[in-house]
Design a protein around this ligand. Structure first.
Ligand SMILES: [Zn+2]
Length: 173
């Protein structure tokens, strides 16, 4: 690292400490020629991560796209901006931690759903309905029932699958 004052390439590290989440290291350096002190940061180099979509097309992983999807699911829900950012950060971290060059939209979707499940039921169901592409009420209700079962809550609060089928048939007629 070149000294910003004299351009000398020799410096010694006087202090090293991790920054906040441990994602980077801050080093205090002292120029061996002029004695000037300066700070450098060392971080991981993130390689490009490709997202594989359902139609097998690829696009670069987008922080903004991930964030947008989560914000939409949390619209008008009691979820703070800080909570949303935390979810985005954790999912992004997990995606990069896989150390693969590609990740499927499905895999990212599952990670987001796992996060939202602990945060807000409505946001979770909204997100799941987009990612799993529920095309009918029965499959949507199956997901709701699974969620309630996991919580040990009364799934019978929801109408039975058969009733919904009958209801739909009647509506179609
Ligand atoms: Zn210097």
């Amino acid at each position: 690292m070149r000294c910003p004052a004299c351009g000398c390439l020799d410096s010694k590290v006087t202090d090293s400490r991790p920054v906040e989440d441990g994602g980077s290291i801050r080093r205090r350096r002292e120029c061996l020629q002029c004695g000037r002190r300066f700070t450098t940061y060392e971080t991981f180099e993130r390689q490009n991560l490709l997202v594989v979509k359902k139609d097998q097309s690829r696009e670069l992983f987008s922080h903004e796209k991930l964030r947008g999807g989560i914000i939409a699911a949390c619209h008008k829900r009691p979820v703070s901006a800080a909570q949303i950012e935390a979810v985005v950060d954790r999912v992004e971290q997990q995606a990069y931690n896989s150390l693969q060059e590609e990740i499927t939209t499905r895999c990212i979707g599952e990670m987001v759903m796992n996060e939202l499940k602990t945060l807000d039921d409505v946001a979770y169901i909204r997100f799941a309905s987009v990612y799993r592409q529920f095309t009918d009420l029965p499959s949507f209700l199956t997901e709701m029932r699974k969620l309630l079962d996991e919580r040990g809550e009364a799934a019978h609060a929801l109408p039975a699958r058969e009733q919904y089928h009958n209801h739909e048939v009647k509506d179609d007629a």
